[in-house]
Write a protein that binds this ligand. Structure first.
Ligand code: SF4
Length: 301
């Protein structure tokens, strides 16, 4: 993963092979299904799940499967904030020790500095900050939390730390595009701060979020092909929930896309199962209502 995450994901999205499904190129493990932000566009604060953290048993089973199948990349996060898991640091150490060739990446809201420093110290491949406000007010508006200054300070400190120990961890940031001059100025600042800053998609989380929170007007900087059918995630990305359920959807919140549980079967048996293939085919042929309502797919992007 020498490229930025957005280029890598773009490449995957451009090269979907619907005829020859291979093992997933990347697995995201949901360490925590909760978050310390309350973003308006996000389904996580609205979920009523009870299993907030992945267990050791499930985590170790996933890592053993990922290693056995030589899956090259692991994301230690999914919909929630992975750094909230009390064992975040020991899980990084575990992956580094048991499967050293594996590329580890995370996306974070940046509130907790200590786990991020540990990740940098252990040379994980990439840390991406999800930064969806461009000043204190817009950040408060979108996240429901007054954490803008803290997060900027944490990014500055993390980069200083990374440089001081000559860690190779790539530190990037992504933002929803609001198309205003204040955001442009903030983006210019971020360009000088992180290794890479880019605008990313905004989604309605598998049609679970009211589209009123999602303004796509003038969103010229987002990447349209990430929102087109066939959905590249169904063919390339695997998501493991805190419960061990394997979910094919990039948002992993809809039971409709659950194809099995890692504690009951091998990963490849689940990934290539009839249920998984039926979901891929139905989504691609426009038979799945959820996919048809997924923002971008049928919303004129
Ligand atoms: S709802 Fe369907 S189209 Fe949207 S991300 Fe999930 S699987 Fe892909």
């Amino acid at each position: 993963m020498t490229d930025s995450i957005i280029n890598r994901v773009s490449n995957i999205a451009y090269n979907i092979d619907t005829d020859e499904i291979t093992l997933p190129k990347s697995i995201k493990i949901e360490l925590a299904s909760i978050c310390n932000h309350k973003c308006t566009y996000c389904i996580v604060p609205k979920l009523k799940n009870t299993k907030h953290f992945i267990s050791d048993e499930i985590f170790y089973k996933v890592i053993s499967e990922v290693k056995r199948l030589k899956i090259p990349e692991i994301g230690l996060f999914h919909m929630g904030e992975g750094t909230l898991h009390p064992k975040f640091k020991s899980y990084i150490s575990y992956v580094k020790k048991t499967y050293p060739e594996c590329v580890i990446f995370i996306t974070t809201n940046g509130i907790l500095l200590d786990p991020l420093k540990y990740a940098v110290k252990n040379n994980i491949k990439s840390i991406k900050f999800s930064l969806n406000g461009y000043n204190k007010l817009s950040h408060l508006d979108v996240t429901g939390c007054d954490t803008f200054d803290l997060i900027i300070k944490n990014i500055q400190e993390l980069i200083k730390y990374r440089n001081s120990i000559q860690s190779k961890t790539q530190i990037s940031a992504s933002s929803i595009y609001y198309n205003n001059s204040e955001q442009d100025s903030f983006s210019e600042y971020l360009d000088t701060l992180v290794d890479k800053h880019y605008y990313t998609q905004i989604y309605n989380h598998a049609a679970k979020i009211d589209n009123k929170f999602i303004d796509l007007s003038n969103n010229s900087k987002i990447l349209k092909h990430l929102c087109e059918l066939p959905c590249f995630g169904l063919y390339n990305l695997c998501h493991i929930k805190t419960t061990g359920d394997i979910n094919l959807c990039r948002f992993g919140i809809d039971e409709e896309f659950t194809i099995g549980n890692i504690m009951n079967s091998n990963l490849e048996d689940i990934w290539f199962s009839e249920k998984a293939n039926n979901l891929r085919n139905d989504s691609t042929s426009g038979k799945l209502d959820t996919c048809n309502k997924c923002i971008g797919i049928n919303n004129g992007l």
